[in-house]
Design a protein around this ligand. Structure first.
Ligand SMILES: NC(=O)C1=CN([C@@H]2O[C@H](COP(=O)(O)OP(=O)(O)OC[C@H]3O[C@@H](n4cnc5c(N)ncnc54)[C@H](OP(=O)(O)O)[C@@H]3O)[C@@H](O)[C@H]2O)[C@H](O)CC1
Ligand SMILES: [K+]
Length: 500
């Protein structure tokens, strides 16, 4: 699924209206009526008192349409025109006319003194600014938003929380609506997926408004959102006459300084993700634990020998609990000298790279690095904001020709040109061990010869789905990494059921 900016969305809107012979008001009516159905699920039409704040352009137009629909349902409402401009959109004017015809009172707010008492409101609909915000909101709207945020009312933002920009960060002294629910039209918006702003849009719902799929497909954007339909087309069927050699040999290297569990979980996840054979090198003191927990894996005692004697590792995953000792440095040197076809670097492998930046040039092309935020900082340096972070990550990938998987609530894959944000997963994954499991899933897919970017997308998505499915037995609090491994099977089943 694509993530578009305001200009691209406006082009898709225009194309849709043209191809479906719709006026802008009709498209707005479609959008608002679908948002209205979602709002009805969240309010008590008999009891709630809904305040609707409408800007003077199309986001405001949506708000006015919602006011009319709520009024028709006999919901108690108050409508406020937040008059930041004297020029209004056509669809907005038409909706104002309808409200007047229905004798619905419209209150105007155009300065700080006109901000109403919000105490009576039990629900607030924020339709002040949508995707069109392109500069700082006027002072009186900043004050209004501050007041909205202080109320106990249930807050619903239409399309985008007012004050949030699609493609730039918000200054620390700027306000934006912190809503309980954001009903966003058709496609997700970039700030929802970035931690600085996404933290305040935890609950967003995509409202399908029938925009032209053809036009969306044609629109070029670097930003993408990974959904089931994107990845189910990637997953390959296992051929009937295949054998273990058909699915690759994966070598996993880590598990030192008592951190055996780390690489053993990677091993288990790799075994559960379809690799033909999984070999694991860990500190020899951990070999019995490996034998107990991953019977199907093959223990490698002498890693340098295994690297030298076998030029045909289909994929190597290194770093999970590797430590930063001299031994770890040597192992990394061996791996880099081997120049594997497919290489994944996680955890301590990334930390070692950050210390020895001259190694970066030695990484085989298309190596996959899976840093969490702290590890990313050590690799690319500090960033000013999330947009700067994306730029730095992109530059890093371009310079070293690698793929970054930046782990987080919406894990982001960057290949130097495009970004892919994951849609699956939950905060139960915010625990030690989750990354080890992800490394195992992706190494298994790399070993099976999936294209690197496809292995990353599929792996990240499956890992999140497994965590989501695991919530049928566990809670976000109780979920642990090994639970995620035990639900990988169900996650694969879900995608397999979608293969034609
Ligand atoms: N396909 C869809 O997704 C549909 C979306 N709809 C809704 O329409 C909005 C987008 O409408 P738009 O009118 O483009 O944008 P806004 O309502 O957000 O209004 C912003 C306008 O105000 C001006 N502007 C921008 N920033 C400021 C500011 N800080 N102060 C004052 N004015 C500002 C700007 O115009 P300028 O020419 O002055 O730059 C914007 O035009 C979308 O979010 C949906 O809610 C439709 O319902 C149909 C389908
Ligand atoms: K809004």
């Amino acid at each position: 699924m694509k993530i578009l900016n305001a200009k691209e969305l406006a082009e898709v809107d225009a194309f849709t209206m043209n191809s479906q012979s719709l006026s802008d008001w009709e498209l707005m009516e479609r959008a608002s009526s679908r948002a209205f159905l979602e709002i009805l699920k969240k309010i008590n039409p008999e009891k709630d008192f809904v305040y609707i704040f409408c800007g003077t352009s199309n986001n405001g137009g949506d708000g006015l349409a919602l006011a009319r629909m709520l009024n028709q349902k006999q919901v108690k409402i108050r409508v406020f025109e937040v008059a930041y401009s004297s020029s209004t959109s056509k669809a907005y004017q038409k909706n104002i006319k309808f409200l007047k015809e229905n004798r619905i009172q419209i209150n105007t707010v155009q300065n700080q003194n006109e901000i109403p008492d919000l105490n009576p409101a039990t629900c607030i609909i924020d339709a002040i600014f949508g995707v069109g915000l392109n500069r700082r909101m006027p002072g009186f709207i900043q004050e209004l938003v501050k007041k909205i945020n202080l109320t106990e009312a249930f807050k619903i933002s239409i399309d985008v929380p007012s004050g949030m920009y699609l493609e730039q960060s918000i200054e620390t002294d700027e306000e934006f609506v912190i809503s309980d629910l954001c009903l966003t039209f058709q496609l997700p918006k970039l700030p929802f997926l970035l931690p600085e702003t996404g933290h305040y849009v935890e609950n967003f719902k995509l409202i399908d408004i029938g925009l032209s799929e053809e036009k969306i497909k044609q629109t070029k954007t670097p930003y993408n959102y990974i959904t089931t339909s994107d990845v189910s087309s990637i997953l390959k069927k296992r051929a009937k006459f295949s054998h273990k050699g058909s699915f690759g040999n994966a070598l996993l290297i880590g598990g030192y300084e008592g951190m055996w569990g780390s690489v053993i979980m990677t091993t288990q996840a790799c075994l559960r993700s379809g690799a033909g054979k999984v070999y694991t090198h860990l500190d020899k003191t951990g070999r019995l634990v490996l034998a107990q927990h991953a019977l199907e894996s093959i223990y490698i005692q002498n890693c340098p020998k295994a690297l030298k004697s076998n030029p045909n590792w289909n994929a190597i995953g290194v770093g999970m609990g590797l430590g930063l000792s001299n031994n770890a440095v040597q192992l990394m040197e061996e791996v880099l000298a081997h120049q594997p076809k497919r290489l994944l670097l996680d955890a301590d492998a990334i930390n070692l790279l950050s210390k020895q930046k001259n190694w970066l040039k030695l990484l085989p092309k298309n190596s996959v690095l899976t840093p969490h935020i702290g590890e990313l900082k050590r690799l690319v340096g500090e960033w000013d904001n999330d947009f700067d972070k994306l730029n730095k990550a992109k530059q890093f990938c371009k310079t070293y020709q690698v793929v970054l998987i930046i782990k987080g609530a919406h894990t982001c894959i960057c290949d130097g040109t495009n970004f892919y944000f994951n849609s699956s997963g939950n905060p139960g994954l915010a625990k030690a061990g989750s990354g080890d499991v992800l490394a195992g899933v992706i190494t298994a897919l790399l070993a099976q010869n999936y294209k690197v970017l496809e292995a990353c997308q599929l792996g990240v998505y499956l890992h999140g789905v497994a965590a989501d499915l695991a919530l049928e037995s566990f809670s976000e609090h109780s979920l642990i990494a090994t639970d995620v491994i035990s639900y990988l099977g169900k996650a694969f089943q879900l995608l397999e059921s979608k293969i034609d």
